[in-house]
Write a protein that binds this ligand. Structure first.
Ligand code: PSU
Ligand code: MN
Length: 303
C-alpha cells in the first residue's frame, strides 16, 4: 500500500484534551500485542484505558496502523493491534521504515516515549522498562531513549528477567532520573523489591508534579523521569516460583537460540505459560496500578 500521510495522527479525544490543557497519559501498545497473551490482551488494554479515565485523565494509547503513527488509538484500532497477525514491534529506529512500508506496529517504551513527547504528552504508564539483559550483550533501546526524552514514566521498575543492577548503573550513566514511589528500594516488576537502593523517593502524585515543574523551570535536564511504583508485597509473584521460572526461561532461550527483540516477548510468554496465569494476573495488576498512578500524576501536573 502507498502511504501518503507520514505525520503523527492524534485521535480526536486526545487532540481535544491537549488543546484544552486536560491531563493526558500515554500508553504503549507492545504490552498489548507482544507482552500479554491473547485473548486477555485486548480486555486488559481496555482496562488500562479505563484505569486512566477513572482518575480524570485522558488515555492516549500509541501505535501504528497501516503506516500511520497514531496517538490515541480508537477501540477498533486497539482491537486490530491486539488481534491481527504480523504486528511489528517498533522501537524508535523502526518508526520511519514501518511508516513508509504501511505496516501495523506496536510501540515499545522507547518509541512510545519519543512519540508522546513529540505530540506534547508528558506522562506515560507502562509495566516495566526494558534494560540490560542477563544473556549475551543485549541492552534495550528504552534506556538510551529515556536519556534524551523528557517524559515521566510510571513503571514497576525494570523487568526482573533483566540484570537489574546493571540496568540501574546504565540509568545512572545515561542521566535518567529515578525516584521510588513510596519506597527507597527499586522494584523488579513481578517482584516488589529487586534488591537495590534508590537515592530518592516521593510519596504523592503532587510531589511528582513538583519534580516535573522544577525540571521545566531549571531547563537543565532533558531526559526522562522514572517513577518506580512497586507492587505491594502481598501481590508480588512468589519469589521462589519467579526464580525457578526465570531459570527455565533462560535455559529455553539458549536452547532455541532466541535473540534480539524477540527475547523479551519470549521470556514474558514463558512466564505466563509456566506459571499457569499467575504471572499474567500479577502483570495486569502492575499495569493497572501504574495507569492509575500516572493518571493522578497527570492530573496533579495539569492543576
Ligand atoms: N513491560 C511489560 N510488557 C512488555 C514490555 C514492557 O509489562 O511487553 C515491552 C515494552 O514495550 C518494552 C519492551 O519497551 O518490552 C522492551 O523490549 P526490548 O527488551 O526488546 O527492548
Ligand atoms: Mn534487545
Amino acid at each position: 500500500m502507498i502511504v501518503t500521510d507520514l505525520h503523527i495522527r492524534v485521535g480526536p479525544h486526545v487532540a481535544e484534551a491537549l488543546r484544552t490543557g486536560q491531563p493526558v497519559v500515554a500508553l504503549e501498545s507492545t504490552i498489548v500485542s507482544h507482552g500479554l497473551p491473547r485473548p486477555d490482551n485486548l480486555r486488559v488494554a481496555r482496562e488500562i484505558e479505563r484505569a486512566v479515565r477513572a482518575t480524570g485523565a485522558v488515555p492516549a494509547t500509541i501505535g501504528m496502523i497501516e503506516g500511520a503513527l497514531t496517538v490515541g488509538l480508537d477501540d477498533e484500532q486497539l482491537t486490530r493491534l491486539a488481534t491481527a497477525d504480523g504486528v511489528a514491534k517498533l522501537s524508535v529506529r523502526d518508526l520511519a521504515v514501518a511508516a513508509a512500508a504501511g505496516a501495523d506496529g506496536a510501540t515499545t517504551v522507547a518509541a512510545t516515549s519519543a512519540v508522546a513527547v513529540a505530540a506534547g504528552i508528558g506522562v506515560f504508564a507502562t509495566g516495566g522498562l526494558g534494560g540490560v539483559h542477563r544473556e549475551a550483550f543485549d541492552e534495550s533501546n528504552d534506556l538510551i531513549t529515556l536519556a534524551r526524552t523528557p517524559i515521566t514514566v510510571v513503571c514497576a521498575g525494570v523487568k526482573s528477567i533483566l540484570d537489574v543492577g546493571a540496568t540501574l548503573e546504565r540509568l545512572e550513566t545515561l542521566g535518567v532520573t529515578v525516584v521510588g514511589y513510596g519506597t527507597r528500594r527499586f522494584p523488579g516488576f513481578y517482584i516488589t523489591d529487586a534488591g537495590f537502593d534508590l537515592d530518592w523517593s516521593v510519596e504523592t502524585p503532587e510531589q511528582v508534579a513538583a519534580v516535573m515543574a522544577a525540571r521545566r523551570a531549571q531547563g537543565v535536564h532533558g531526559g526522562g523521569l522514572v517513577v518506580a511504583n512497586p507492587l505491594p508485597l502481598d501481590e508480588q509473584l512468589d519469589p521462589e516460583l519467579h526464580d525457578r521460572t526465570l531459570a527455565e526461561g533462560l535455559e529455553k532461550l539458549r536452547g532455541e537460540g532466541i535473540t534480539g527483540k524477540a527475547v523479551t516477548p519470549f521470556l514474558l510468554a514463558h512466564f505466563h505459560a509456566a506459571t499457569e496465569g499467575r504471572s499474567l494476573a500479577v502483570n495486569v495488576r502492575i499495569i493497572l496500578r501504574n495507569a492509575e498512578l500516572a493518571g493522578r500524576i497527570a492530573v496533579a501536573a495539569a492543576a
